[in-house]
Write a protein that binds this ligand. Structure first.
Ligand code: PGA
Length: 252
């Protein structure tokens, strides 16, 4: 069985004090997430402060990006060993906002995924189609291209460390969530693709998150789908009480 995984992607939000306050409230409201992997991805500036605080909680730390070289003359960049040093277990890679605003391509994503795996970080690799691509019936072609190219450097043995996040661009930050069946269609396709390229046993281990306007009201129905193994949550992860409600999905 795949362990479900729900991650908070704070994007460009929260000071150190706000981040610490969030974790304090979350730990109080959701002290035992059960079998769920809970991941918090603050901005780089809050990683060190949360490292200490998270030690006393069941939550894991993630970065929102990394660079593929270990060190060198790359002003402004942060590497896998640095993220491990500051306590990260996961790193988000290829988020659509990075692809859209910072020119990240599938080739760049592939380098970052390889660097993360080599450095001992679990990559959360984001993929998803634009509204125009969906309208043109290209959704599955786009997903296939992003997976084949983005995970090009992955050997089967490493693939079980990878988390995929299917995030249709038309659902991110819009309040419009993919229906559970729309999401399942994409996730089922991804599972079949992983099986074809990397083999069945490893494809069964890869966790596939859904992302795009996930809220306490829609998490239960999404998680009920067989190939939806978790969620990558943006807006609704900024408030600790709301995020705790998402983590407690299905519980009374
Ligand atoms: P959202 O963002 O939950 O605000 O739609 C999700 C994401 O971008 O990861």
């Amino acid at each position: 069985m795949r362990q479900p995984i729900i991650a908070a992607n704070w994007k460009l939000h929260k000071t150190i004090a706000e981040a610490r306050q969030f974790v304090a409230v979350l730990a109080q409201q959701c002290p035992d997430p059960g079998p769920l992997d809970v991941v918090i991805a603050p901005p780089f500036t809050a990683l060190a402060a949360l490292q200490d605080q998270l030690r006393a909680t069941p939550f894991h730390l993630a970065a929102q990006d990394l660079f593929w070289e270990h060190s060198g003359a790359y002003t402004g960049e942060v590497s896998a060993p640095m993220l491990v040093d500051v306590g990260c277990a996961y790193v988000i890679i290829g988020h659509s906002e990075r692809r859209q605003y910072f020119g990240e391509t599938d080739a760049i994503v592939a380098k970052k995924v390889a660097a993360a795996l080599q450095g001992g970080l679990r990559p959360i690799v984001c993929i998803g189609e634009s509204p125009a691509q969906r309208q043109a019936g290209e959704t599955l072609t786009v997903l296939e291209r992003q997976v084949r190219h983005g995970l090009a450097a992955c050997q089967s043995a490493a693939l079980s460390q990878v988390v995929l996040a299917y995030e249709p661009l038309w659902a991110i930050g819009t309040g419009v969530t993919a229906t559970p069946s729309q999401a399942q269609e994409a996730h089922g396709f991804l599972r079949t693709l992983l099986t074809q390229v990397w083999g069945e046993s490893v494809a069964h281990m890869v966790r596939i998150q859904y992302g795009g306007s996930v809220r306490p009201e829609n998490i239960v129905a999404l998680m009920a789908e067989p190939d939806i193994d978790g969620a990558l949550v943006g807006g609704a992860s900024l408030d600790a009480t709301t995020f705790a409600q998402i983590l407690m999905y299905g519980r009374k």
